[in-house]
Write a protein that binds this ligand. Structure first.
Ligand code: MN
Length: 612
């Protein structure tokens, strides 16, 4: 009679390690034999070993037998013992281990839990293999160990949906799960989990509805697209997808990119699995050219592919700012599309429609009737606030710096300046913008993450910020003075038939080379002086070298990208390309055609309308 009370369990198909207990009896099926015993499956996913000393009868494969669980080892292996019981009751076990959401793991330290999620990274260390798992609530590192430096669970791949069972530990102040078992979910279960995670992530990635920093109709119209960009960036962060932000290497581009950098880095730190995730999941890099050139995509692709192979990282999301809106970027987009790299663009250069097919989202004031006066730094800062509103206090002055840096004449410039007037006067914003340009010249291709934060007074040491900016401004002004005293006497003047004054400067032979200010900025400084000197008149300044020219204008209604396109057609063999803003831009050509190209260009300028 006593035996009738013995319970034997039958494991349901979805049960896993967490559902079995030591010393209890289970129905199993013989799976195969080894020298040291036989393997018995308790369901499709769980099998244990009956050592030969614990086998009670002869069996063949697929025999049903009864076993007792003697021990579950720390590595997840199960020791079984065959039992022979004549009378017993069978009880079905359905999955009782409910999975824990990653965000709740902090309350489970020391406990064994199950989590389900997507594998976002697989990194082999000299010790364990580290799997980064993403669920709807967060990101968690899981350490799995078989042997030092050997890849654990080689069947688990990037982007698989898995179930992890293991103990929650605290290491170096960070949560980690030490895996007892990692199993790939069945196709049906995986779809369910993927849908669940995707839905929840979609809601979690939705930016908060916060008002803009300033009242602006153009910005208000851009808000839906800015929210879209912010959502894409937030989702990349929550799914441990690396983010690369590329920007024009001037004060406006830097302000835009740094605002987004602050939002992204702080959000990675809040939700990332590793203390240094903000370094390997985020990269900011200036583009030397005023567009995303092939050299840039080549570097980005090179690094991303290496990180993918070496550290099991996903391919990145690329964010372009103060760059990316024009057809000059198209060759790079074509290369990136081979690897399905998603792009978002935040720019204020006159956009070409042809590039939209390469972009997931595109914020540009021209799309809603605005123009370049809404600078990239203004746009980037508003997007950054949508990504993570908490960073607002440290970035709210960046639009003002960007506005003066890019010489915006839009009403928004004054609004952003008014916003921070107490701490940053217009002059201080100008100093900071100049310091950024000057420092970027010395940084060359580097982002200078921490130095730039100091210049922008983000690092929290205001005294050092003030000292550094003063020193940089002094250095920049001295070099500008030096450059201008050399080149101003060589400026050639012409009166155009539309009444505009044209100033020509050969920066190749009448300015210092390979130094600060470079040709573009030199021409800009010359232009600024001449504008002051000829207050009230329309002014165009052309600084040219053997195979390029830089244009600045005031009061002349030019369209530089269109003039460049026309010249390209009208002068065969001119090798003409270029672009930029409508009234500030650059043009390239072949050296032997310089005089022809410049004359044709001047001709077009003399036909443009002037503002009275
Ligand atoms: Mn700009």
């Amino acid at each position: 009679m006593e035996n009738e009370d013995i319970l034997v369990y039958r494991l349901g198909a979805s049960c896993d390690l967490a559902d079995i207990e030591e010393q209890k009896y289970y129905i199993g099926k013989v799976q195969g034999f080894a020298n040291f015993g036989m393997f018995v499956q308790l369901n499709d996913r769980i099998k244990g070993l009956v050592h030969k000393s614990n086998i009670k009868a002869e069996h063949k494969e697929r025999d049903t037998i009864l076993v007792k669980v003697r021990q579950i080892r720390p590595n997840g292996n199960i020791d079984l013992e065959e039992v022979q019981i004549q009378v017993y009751q069978v009880q079905n076990i359905e999955k009782k281990s409910t999975t824990v959401r990653i965000v709740d793991l902090g309350t489970k330290i020391g406990k064994t839990v199950a989590i389900e999620g997507e594998v976002a990274q697989i990194k082999q260390t000299s010790g364990p293999t580290i799997f980064t798992i993403v669920d709807e609530s967060g990101t968690q590192n899981v350490a799995a160990f078989i042997e030092a430096g050997v890849r654990a669970y080689p069947e688990i791949e990037l982007n698989d949906i898995v179930k992890v069972i293991g103990e929650v530990m605290k290491r170096n102040n960070q949560l980690q799960i030490e895996a007892d078992a990692i199993t790939k979910l069945s196709a049906d279960d995986a779809i369910q989990v993927r849908v669940r995670i995707e839905k929840a992530l979609d809601i979690r990635s939705e930016p908060e509805d916060i008002p803009l920093l300033v009242k602006s109709e153009v910005l208000e119209h851009l808000r839906p697209e800015m929210k879209k960009v912010a959502k894409i960036i937030r989702k990349a962060i929550f799914t441990a997808q690396p983010i690369i932000i590329r920007h024009h290497a001037d004060a406006d581009g830097i302000c835009s990119a740094v605002a987004i950098e602050q939002a992204v880095v702080s959000l990675i730190k809040e939700s990332g699995a590793d203390f240094d995730a903000d370094y390997y999941l985020f990269k900011r890099a200036p583009s030397k050219a005023p567009f995303y050139e092939i050299e840039d995509i080549t570097r980005d692709l090179d690094f991303s592919l290496k990180d993918h192979v070496r550290f099991g990282q996903k391919m990145p999301l690329v964010v372009l700012t103060d760059n990316g809106s024009t057809e000059e970027d198209e060759p790079s987009y074509k290369i990136a599309s081979v690897y399905d790299i998603p792009f978002v663009v935040i720019d204020h250069h006159h956009p070409d429609k042809t590039i939209d097919k390469y972009l997931v989202a595109h914020v540009n004031p021209y799309h809603v009737g605005g123009d370049f006066g809404i600078t990239a730094g203004m746009l980037g800062t508003e997007v950054a606030r949508l990504i993570n509103p908490k960073v607002e206090p440290i970035i709210r002055h960046l639009p003002a710096v960007a506005g003066v840096g890019d010489r915006s004449e839009a009403p928004e410039r004054a609004l952003y300046l008014a916003l921070v007037r107490d701490q940053y006067s217009e002059d201080i914003c100008k100093y900071i913008a100049l310091a950024l340009d000057y420092e970027q010249f010395w940084l060359r291709f580097n982002d200078g993450r921490e130095i730039i934060k100091e210049i922008l007074n983000i690092s929290g040491n205001s005294a050092r910020h003030t000292k550094l900016v003063a020193l940089l401004v002094e250095g920049a002004n001295a070099m500008i003075e030096d450059q201008l005293s050399a080149c101003m006497p060589h400026v050639v003047t012409r009166e155009l038939k539309n009444g505009a004054k044209l100033f020509l400067l050969d920066v190749e032979i009448h300015a210092h080379k390979f130094t600060f200010p470079p040709p573009g900025k030199t021409s800009g400084e010359v232009h600024d002086r001449l504008c002051k000197e000829y207050e009230g008149s329309p002014v165009v300044t052309i600084g040219f070298g053997p195979d390029f020219a830089v244009l600045r204008s005031r009061g002349v209604l030019m369209n530089i990208p269109r003039m460049v396109r026309e010249l390209h057609v009208e002068i065969p063999g001119g090798g003409i390309s270029g672009g930029g803003h409508l009234v500030v831009g650059s043009i390239k050509f072949v050296e032997g055609m310089r005089d022809t190209v410049l004359e044709a260009l001047i001709n077009k300028i003399s036909e443009a309308q002037v503002q009275k």
